[in-house]
Design a protein around this ligand. Structure first.
Ligand code: FES
Ligand code: FES
Length: 145
């Protein structure tokens, strides 16, 4: 049994050895906002923050995150980036969007006025099959409205 700190709450879970953080979030805690696409650390769909730093939850073993703060898209529901993504129409299918917002939130926390290059660099690991990159960039540039 381990304690997980997620979005300000504490959860006790008993995961099998080798279970990923993404599986635990989605299947044990019901936090399905975190998406799994490739499941191999290539696409960024499963991005969550660990102590404020973006990580790929599909390749993060849940046993390695005890005593650290996990932030998922559900914990960012009131972040201004959510509104700026809507305003900029920065999504099509929306599957990559939670991971995009989680990465962008970590970026603007560290650097509230990122340049286009800084946005591209910080979010290079978040792929969008719909090709919404220009609008995603616009959403992050204008995140404060
Ligand atoms: S689902 Fe984790 S990186 Fe693709
Ligand atoms: S909006 Fe469809 S993958 Fe990005």
């Amino acid at each position: 049994m381990i304690e997980l700190r997620v979005n300000g709450g504490v959860h006790r879970v008993d995961p099998a050895v080798g279970r990923s953080l993404a599986e635990t979030l989605r299947e044990d805690l019901g936090l399905t906002g975190t998406k799994v696409a490739c499941g191999e650390g290539h696409c960024g769909a499963c991005t969550v923050q660990l102590d404020g730093v973006p990580v790929l939850s599909c390749i993060t073993l849940v046993h390695t995150v005890r005593a650290r703060e996990v932030t998922t898209i559900e914990g960012l529901r009131d972040h201004p980036l959510v509104e700026s993504f809507v305003r900029a129409d920065a999504l099509q299918c929306g599957f990559c969007t939670p991971g995009q917002i989680v990465s962008a939130a970590a970026l603007v926390e560290a650097n509230p006025e990122p340049s286009r290059d800084e946005i591209r660099h910080a979010m290079a690991g978040n792929l969008c099959r719909c090709g919404a990159y220009p609008k995603i960039e616009e959403a992050v540039l204008t995140w404060r409205g």
